[in-house]
Design a protein around this ligand. Structure first.
Ligand code: NA7
Length: 530
């Protein structure tokens, strides 16, 4: 196929790529989106496992760039399930007629920058070549599946499913013995569903996780009306909080509260449910002893929910609460009260191997008919480093990042002119409500493209010192408090061989948004236009 040429090529048709397509069109630039899936939706296209659901309330996890859209859309539940979020993405694609500019089932293999022409050449796995002046990786933070390195994984005789690559057709577990490897958010959401269907379920747990109940329910029409009436106010209020969520954060210290007051504060958050649990006190993520009080509150809830005391203790995490992303559950712990569910610890002694018959651990073979791999993602960098991206002087992004990434604002990298990343490492991204953060990045990138176009610039590139300073700042912020004391995907510790580096920006939404605005006000400070 001969090469096609566009002003802008966007990779990924999830919420970031879809909105960026809409924005770039309005700049009057030619644009094409390359998407590996066969429809829009990104994360919500791929993660179709039973029970997949967003851990942010839908009235907040939704676009705000178009008021008609946010007014007309009805979310059926407080925390929407994957099919409803996918339906929303499809509705947006229809409403803004996005699909005509998207190439589906086109997976990017390489992207090389030619300095003389200042053009990127993108090659897809099917050899389609697309040339672009500007190139945006809108490939998501949690989109490159992480396969565990367990001997014999491919030898399993039955079907193997990764939660992040779930089949489109319904998977039937009735009459089957099933194993789940992993106890992160994806496992915690899917395990109750699989347990209800399967003859027997064995869960292999390396590290227990803290899960806060979702208290999910049908959308309350009164609440929906109330929010829609004041949507802009609520959206603006959310942007004043560190995580971009409309939750009131108490800044006080837990040490100034009596045991009864602490208990009531945690109980209130527990009853409200969801990710806002840690908003009870301001020092929970900076002071180990404060954190331990919150952790013990959750452990006691686990002990109340799980009948067998030994199983309950094995489900109680001992690490810092909140250093890994909290999980939001619907009936997870109660699932272990069922007779057909077993929990196997593989923390101290890892899974020995997978055989055609099942999983071998502690010298015993657990025979199963189906294997579910719920081992998460090569988060934040995987989707970028798995593509052969080469910038000026043939600089390879994967090579540059082998000891950890560095970016300017999570938006751009020195030596990679005209390449932007949406919610890249070094931006609040996964520490925030992703939809508003995506919109802020897309708006920033679109404005920057518009600036380059109107001024007739051929290239825009992050300056080396701006990138170095920003990345050092991100690392400093990451090292404050307790975020990095536990192994997690925030620090790349979940992928064997990955450098341990703090990946997101931890200074909060208000500071980050302000910085991005100041950069523009100061004439795109830290960016060189040529
Ligand atoms: P996560 O949160 O990274 O969870 C992956 C789970 O898989 C976690 O419990 C891991 O244990 C476990 N794991 C990984 N490798 C192994 C091996 N080799 N053996 C046993 N267990 C293993 O991914 P999710 O998909 O659940 O969620 C990702 C995010 O998506 C989540 O934070 C939400 O934001 C949405 P570990 O804790 O590393 O010991």
């Amino acid at each position: 196929m001969s090469a096609r040429e566009y002003d802008v090529v966007i990779v990924g048709a999830g919420f970031a790529g879809m909105y960026l397509l809409h924005r770039v069109r309005r700049l009057g630039m030619s644009v094409r989106v390359l998407e590996q899936g066969s429809d829009v939706g990104g994360t919500w296209y791929w993660n179709r496992y039973p029970g997949a659901r967003c851990d942010v309330e839908s009235m907040q996890y939704s676009y705000q760039f178009d008021d008609d859209l946010q007014q007309e859309w009805h979310w059926p539940e407080r925390y929407s399930a994957q099919p409803d979020i996918l339906k929303y993405a499809q509705h947006v694609a229809d409403r803004f007629d996005l699909r005509k500019d998207i190439d589906f089932e086109m997976r990017l293999a390489s992207a090389h920058f030619d300095e003389e022409s200042a053009i990127w050449t993108l090659k897809a796995e099917d050899d389609t070549v697309t040339m672009a002046r500007f190139f945006v990786m809108a490939t998501g933070c949690l989109s490159a599946p992480n396969w565990p390195k367990i001997e014999g994984l491919k030898s399993f005789a039955g079907p193997t499913y990764h939660t992040a690559l779930w089949p489109h057709e319904k998977v039937v577990f009735s009459g089957k013995r099933v194993a789940v490897i992993g106890t992160g958010s994806s496992a915690i959401q899917s395990i109750p569903h699989i347990a209800r269907e399967a003859t027997h379920l064995t869960v292999f747990q390396r590290t227990p996780n803290y899960a806060i109940p979702a208290h999910n329910r049908e959308m309350d029409p009164e609440l929906e009306k109330e929010i829609k009436t004041h949507y802009p106010t609520m959206r603006a209020r959310a942007k004043t909080t560190s995580g971009g969520l409309d939750v009131v954060y108490n800044q006080g210290s837990i040490h100034d509260a009596t045991p009864d007051e602490r208990n009531s504060a945690f109980e209130r958050n527990w009853q409200r449910g969801g990710l806002g649990f840690m908003s009870a006190y301001g020092d929970l993520m900076v002071d180990q002893s404060a954190n331990e009080i919150a952790a013990e509150f959750v452990r006691n809830k686990i002990r109340e929910r799980v009948k067998d005391p030994q199983t309950a203790e094995r489900l109680c995490p001992r690490n810092v609460i909140g250093a890994k992303r909290l999980c939001v559950d619907i009936g997870y712990y109660e699932t272990y009260n069922r007779d057909n569910v077993d929990l196997v610890d593989v923390g101290a002694a890892p899974i020995e191997k997978i055989t055609p018959e099942g999983v071998r651990a502690h010298g015993r073979l657990y025979e199963v008919d189906a294997l579910i791999i719920a081992t998460g993602f090569d988060a934040m960098t995987g989707a970028l480093t798995r593509v052969d991206i080469r910038g000026r002087d043939d600089a390879s992004l994967a090579e540059r990042w082998k000891d950890g990434p560095s970016t300017y604002l999570g938006l751009a990298m020195h030596e990679f002119p005209n390449l932007f990343t949406v919610t890249g490492p070094g931006s609040p991204s996964v520490f925030s409500n992703m939809l508003p953060t995506i919109e802020q990045h897309v708006d920033w990138i679109a404005d920057c493209l518009g600036h380059a176009k109107s001024q007739g610039f051929k290239t825009v590139e992050a300056e080396a010192n701006a990138e170095q300073d920003w990345w050092a700042h991100c690392q400093e912020l990451g090292n404050i408090g307790l975020k990095t004391v536990t192994d997690s995907w925030y620090v790349g510790a979940n992928v064997s061989g990955k450098a341990r580096v703090f990946l997101p920006y931890f200074g909060g939404i208000p500071a980050y948004f302000k910085k991005c605005e100041e950069v523009v006000e100061n004439g795109y400070e830290g960016f060189a236009f040529r």
